[in-house]
Design a protein around this ligand. Structure first.
Ligand code: ADP
Ligand code: MG
Length: 290
């Protein structure tokens, strides 16, 4: 491979909205046969909204929203933003939070108005989920919504349903990746039912769900041990380690700096269809060189 020909390839990449870390990236791009797609912010817009509120028997809905919203207000996570904005809209000004803690891939906790509040998939909330809340959560998840459990002082008190939207271009992107002979797999920390609903709507039939950020790395390693050449497409801080471990890491340009820094290639406009363009371009560029 001559450096000049490779640079022509990367120049064309820039026109398409692809930023390549270096010419050597083209070689690994060409070999990729499996693409792990992060769900939130990659296949979906990541702009979530609060769609439903289920308070347990005897729990005031306004209190549920204010306590959950107050803790989530301190987090940048797309789920947290949806809960905080929705709570403020429905229940008014949010109280202050103390001793805030973020548990990556699970949720948040903090002290609000004298209560120890936990929001998300934190174990102590979900372990003893009363049947009425378990049913509410299951219904939300079957509809492709993320169920957020809210508890305080040791008891689960309610479930919030948060919805994301699948990007219009995602189904076409998946078709293009398949046309190039690649196997698409959806990778997410979210619930399996939600993941399967989203996967189905864009034409993906393999799902790796309910994985913690560090387990996304293990998912990549496992596929590589099976002899696959693995690309990861992601946008979040929670995808950074997987992007760095993959044979090829592709970051959404609309995503976090951590994801972009960890990747080999950036899709500037955050358009998943450009991932297929990138792979097509690198195959063609190297074919010309050889
Ligand atoms: P993804 O892999 O889809 O980008 P994450 O790994 O960040 O998702 O989180 C996994 C799951 O943990 C989320 O789908 C959500 O159910 C829960 N979660 C994470 N952070 C929060 C939060 N701040 N509030 C509520 N739930 C959360
Ligand atoms: Mg994401």
């Amino acid at each position: 491979a001559t450096p000049t020909a490779l640079m022509v390839g990367t120049g064309r990449g820039a026109q398409l909205g692809i930023l390549i870390k270096g010419p050597e990236v083209l070689e690994s791009t060409r070999r990729v046969d499996t693409v792990l797609l992060d769900k939130t912010g990659t296949v979906t817009t990541g702009r979530m909204t609060l769609q439903g509120v289920y308070a347990a028997d005897g729990v005031d809905e306004g209190t549920l929203l204010r306590l959950a919203g107050a803790v989530e207000h301190a987090s940048e996570h797309p789920v947290a933003r949806a809960v905080a904005a929705g709570a403020e809209e429905r229940a008014g000004r949010l109280p202050a939070v103390e001793d805030f803690a973020n548990v990556p891939g699970k949720g948040v906790r903090g002290r609000v108005e004298g209560h120890d509040v936990a929001v998300g998939r934190l174990a102590e909330n979900t372990a003893a989920l009363p049947p009425e809340l378990a049913r509410a959560a299951e219904k939300a998840e079957r509809e492709g919504r993320t169920a957020v459990v809210v508890g305080w002082d040791g008891w689960a008190r309610g479930v919030l349903a948060v919805a994301d939207t699948v990007k219009e271009s995602s189904a076409e992107a998946v078709r293009s990746l398949r046309a190039l002979g690649l196997t698409p797999i959806l990778l997410t920390g979210d619930n399996r039912r939600v993941a399967e609903a989203v996967a189905h709507s864009v034409g993906i039939d393999r799902v790796i769900a309910e994985v913690l950020p560090e387990d996304k790395v293990e998912a990549v390693r496992r596929l590589r041990r099976e002899g696959r050449s693995v690309a990861v497409v992601g946008d979040g801080v929670n995808d950074a380690a997987a992007l760095a471990t993959a044979d090829l890491g592709l970051a959404m340009g609309t995503g976090t700096d951590a994801a972009i820094e960890a990747s080999d290639l950036t899709l500037v406009r955050g358009d998943l269809r450009v991932a297929a363009d990138a792979i097509r371009l690198s195959r063609r560029t190297l074919a010309v060189i050889k």
